[in-house]
Design a protein around this ligand. Structure first.
Ligand SMILES: [Zn+2]
Length: 98
């Protein structure tokens, strides 16, 4: 089954990142060395067909304490939602948890 997933997988994120890396390195020219280029907010999930980068939803709120008092500070957090389709080629991901 893993072989099936691999053969049906696309390499869009890898290919796009390689193209972006080349442009960045070319634009930097001789003014930079050891340039590191990578996706932000990558997700790595073992044994599944998933997008390596997924949208994040940020949220913030004010906590209500046990006595009903409202906290002065803002609590900030975020969650990541997983995409069902490749954003480059539109291929549907075959998730392990079908
Ligand atoms: Zn793709």
């Amino acid at each position: 089954m893993t072989e099936n997933l691999k053969s049906e997988s696309c390499k869009c994120f890898d290919e796009y990142l390689a193209a972006v890396r080349e442009k960045i390195v070319n634009n930097l020219g001789d003014n930079a060395i050891d340039t590191k280029v990578e996706w932000s907010n990558t997700t790595w999930i073992l044994g599944g067909d998933y997008a390596p980068v997924n949208p994040q939803v940020k949220f913030e709120y004010r906590k209500i304490k046990k006595g009903g008092e409202i906290a002065k500070g803002i609590t900030k957090d975020c969650i990541t939602v997983s995409a069902n389709f490749c954003c480059f080629c539109g291929r549907k991901y075959q998730k392990a948890d079908k």
